[in-house]
Ligand binder design. Structure first.
Ligand SMILES: [Zn+2]
Length: 452
């Protein structure tokens, strides 16, 4: 048995001073005081908050595109995740057009199995919807996949509205949830062509090619599809005030809409695209960073409880050699940025440290809500006897600074270079195994597949 003594446990009903004991990968007891027996190991966590391990519901590890592959694979990505306090990631297995869902699931297991420092599960991204793919759904649920993804943009990935409606209807009897990349793909294509025709070829053209209206229209359309299907919908990486307004409108009509946003939309803004030279390419992701007004609207929505989850959309590409593929054409810049390592510290620093959010609210956004939404609760997402021993011991007094040089992510930059942090994970346990201490991995590869 390992006993964490004298910590402040972040429980659903609020913080509580208590001891917590775990062994064999499970939390065994929570009590005001737990006396160690012979052979037990004790860690004094006085002054620390003890959270259920954080869950990142949106990562892209070892993902191939037509021209390149993400810089982080499941080994480096999950190692970085645990160093920041994340104990479970949900990555996107992605169907090939003409391929089956089973082939995609098998391929992602091959990428991940045996390599992960944290636990992992897969959403299934459907890119080619037809009767035989529909017939695979029961097999997906049997193999622990309860959440799916569809794209409204990207020609190689997107589904049309009729297919989206049918997917929503097909998932409903299983209680599955569909996450959707909400951007109007036809408009994105047209606006990219417009920028290029105007001779705008640098990173600054990227946000111009995907303005908030492109997101808001797609969010609105998805919500109507959810209403038609009488099914819940999940808006991933919500980035704009206009998109948020559509979420509110749909909720007011009784549509079940879950909203995810990401740290980059809460602490960065589109002025970064105007950095000199090609620097702006570091922030080329879709949706793009938005104005300060958008950022502030999303921050208020986080504080007001309108946002359900904060995930990273970690999709890392090196600046040298990968982002530079688009040196002369912004549409060729690989879309995405790193973030899997720093999400809890950024949210703690930006919201909890200044008193904008309570530790319990942070716990809901980063652990409890994703666990509930994606079929992991109460095995994960809560500190309770019987739950998995995924535990993040948080030292609120520790300080550090994010730098590319010090990070674990396998990439040569970070969008948060120089960001001063308050609070960091002092100890991170994955299935009861110590995986990281103060931002450094222990080398343990204790992650297991989460059958949901
Ligand atoms: Zn994504």
């Amino acid at each position: 048995m390992t006993i964490l003594q004298n910590g402040t446990l972040v429980l659903p009903e609020g913080p509580a001073r208590a001891d917590l004991a775990f062994d064999a990968g499970k939390i065994r007891a929570i009590a005001p005081s737990i006396a160690p027996k012979e052979g037990d190991s004790v860690r004094d966590v006085s002054g620390c908050l003890v959270f259920p391990g954080f869950i990142d519901g949106h990562t892209h590890l070892d993902m191939e595109s037509a021209v390149t592959v993400t810089a982080d694979d499941f080994a480096s990505g999950t190692r970085a995740a645990v160093c920041g306090g994340t104990t479970t990631v949900l990555d996107f297995a992605t169907q090939d057009r003409g391929g089956t869902l089973q082939q995609a699931l098998d391929a992602w297991h091959k990428k991940a199995d045996g390599k992960c420092s944290c636990n992992y599960g897969f959403h299934m991204a459907i890119t080619d919807w037809n009767e035989s793919v529909k017939a695979e759904l029961p097999a997906m649920f049997e193999q622990g996949v309860t959440s799916f993804k569809a794209y409204m943009a990207y020609d190689a990935l997107k589904l049309d509205d009729a297919a989206l409606l049918d997917v929503l209807c097909a998932l409903r009897p299983f209680g599955g949830i569909l996450g959707v990349h909400c951007e109007n793909g036809a408009l994105v294509n047209a606006l990219c062509a417009r920028e290029k025709a105007r001779g705008n070829l640098g990173p600054a053209a990227h946000p111009a090619s995907r303005p908030p209206e492109v997101e808001a229209e797609a969010v609105s359309r998805l919500c109507y599809l959810g209403k038609l299907a009488d099914a819940p919908v999940h808006v991933v990486h919500l980035s704009s005030a206009a998109g948020l307004a559509e979420v509110r409108k749909a909720r007011a009509q009784g549509v079940r809409v879950y909203a995810e946003t990401c740290p980059q939309y809460l602490v960065l803004d589109d002025s970064l695209y105007r950095l000199p030279g090609f620097e702006g390419a570091k922030y080329v992701m879709s949706p793009p960073l938005r104005s300060r007004a958008d950022r502030d609207a999303l921050r208020r929505a986080v504080e007001d409880g309108e946002i359900d989850t904060i995930s990273t959309d970690h999709c890392s590409y090196r600046f040298d050699g990968q982002k530079t593929i688009g040196l002369h054409d912004f549409t060729a810049i690989p879309n995405g940025g790193p973030g899997i390592e720093h999400r809890p510290e950024i949210i703690y620093t930006s919201f909890v440290h200044p008193g904008r959010l309570s530790p319990a609210a942070m716990c809901r956004l980063l652990a409890e809500n994703p666990a509930r939404l994606f079929g992991l609760y109460p095995r994960k997402g809560v500190l309770a006897a019987g739950s998995d021993a995924d535990i993040t011991v948080w030292d609120p007094a520790a300080t550090s600074v994010i730098t590319a040089k010090e990070q674990q992510q396998n990439v040569d930059y970070t969008p948060y270079e120089g960001f001063a942090l308050h609070g960091m994970p002092a100890a991170v346990y994955v299935n009861g195994v110590l995986a990281a201490e103060y931002g450094r991995p222990t080398g343990a590869v204790a992650g297991e597949y989460c059958k949901r």
